[in-house]
Design a binder for this molecule. Structure first.
Ligand code: SF4
Length: 332
């Protein structure tokens, strides 16, 4: 669908984001659930880490935990060497500007009676950045950066298409010059041609600004286009993490292989054998299976898988890590 043109980030760069053993628990009438259960990952400056998995696997909760929009039950989130989980409320307010979120419909939770200019300027007002004139100039600059005309500032959100609304959301998220954007299904609601425009915009902005992305999506083709590395999440845990090339050429976790096998292929008649497509529903996060959480759907599960939870372990001489007792390589 898309043709990838993303630059590769040098591996020697120190991480911008370091997430260590993060857990997020939610309480509801059904009980307590660990939506995120012991996740560790890192993102380098200017890098895009894709985060994929089925709906309900904990991707959004992890993204919100990194943006400090939900409380962590355990673990730490370090951004630029600062542990965001140990800051006072006042300190967090200052550092929160370094990580911003972009949502599927970024304007849905904002006041529709505000002009686009006021919506984009709001973070600047909250943080008391610049004079009125400087904020107006900043809004004009941000609109230009995301490909919208200057007169967009005086119009209202409902006057824009879905793709334009996402450009406005990106402009608002960039207002405070963040180091990291958490993008939660940012193109899922858009037509394919508009998706490509927004993805190309994100790639261009990253080249210009050096901002890093955590790109959350259930769509593998979108993630393939934009990511340098990809983490695969299942029932609150990372089960595989690798460079885009490693993951697409030799996925090693049965869940990743099943996700790939679920994508229709034009060359199905001539391509080699693939893993069985994903079957069954995601188990309830309120009562995750013991041992390997994927064992209820795994085609190669062994008795050990039902009692012993596999650790995420790096494969020899690579940055490719897999949480499986019996990882196998398969051509995507
Ligand atoms: Fe399948 Fe066992 Fe690997 Fe889990 S640990 S993915 S059940 S083979």
């Amino acid at each position: 669908m898309f043709q990838s043109s993303h630059p590769v980030v040098p591996a020697h760069l120190e991480p911008l984001l370091a997430v260590e053993d993060v857990a997020v628990r939610f309480h509801s009438a059904r009980g307590a659930t660990r939506a995120v259960d012991g996740v560790s990952l890192s993102i380098r400056p200017g890098e895009t880490l894709g985060l994929v998995g089925e709906s309900g696997c904990g991707k959004t909760s992890l993204g919100r935990a990194i943006a400090r929009l939900v409380e962590l039950e355990a673990g730490s989130v370090r951004l630029g060497g600062v542990d965001l989980t140990r800051l006072s409320r006042r300190q967090l307010r200052i550092h929160r500007s370094d990580v911003q979120m972009v949502f599927q419909d970024p304007l849905a939770s904002l006041d529709p009676r505000w002009t686009v200019g006021a919506l984009i300027a709001e973070p600047l007002n909250i943080h008391r950045i610049g004079s009125r004139t400087e904020r107006r100039d900043r809004v004009a600059d941000l609109l230009a950066k995301v490909g919208l005309p200057p007169d967009a500032a005086a119009r209202y959100p409902h006057q824009f298409s879905g793709g334009q609304r996402q450009r406005i959301g990106i402009a608002r998220a960039l207002a405070l010059d963040p180091k990291l954007l958490v993008l939660d299904e940012p193109v899922s609601a858009l037509d394919v041609s508009v998706q490509a425009q927004i993805l190309n915009l994100l790639v261009d902005l990253q080249k210009q600004l050096g901002v890093a992305y955590l790109f959350i999506s259930h769509d593998l083709s979108v993630v393939e286009y934009i990511s340098d590395r990809v983490a695969v999440m299942y029932l609150g845990r990372i089960v595989e993490i690798a460079t885009r090339e490693q993951l697409w050429s030799s996925p090693a976790h049965p869940y990743t292989q099943a996700l790939f096998a679920s994508i229709p292929r034009l060359d199905a008649a001539t391509a080699g054998p693939r893993a069985a497509p994903l079957k069954g529903d995601l188990p309830s996060p309120y009562a995750p299976p013991p041992g390997c959480r994927f064992h209820t759907r795994c085609a190669i599960a062994q008795p050990r898988c039902r009692s012993v939870s596999p650790e995420l372990a790096a494969m020899p001489r690579t940055a490719h890590a897999v949480a499986c007792h019996f990882p196998t390589s398969s051509s995507a």
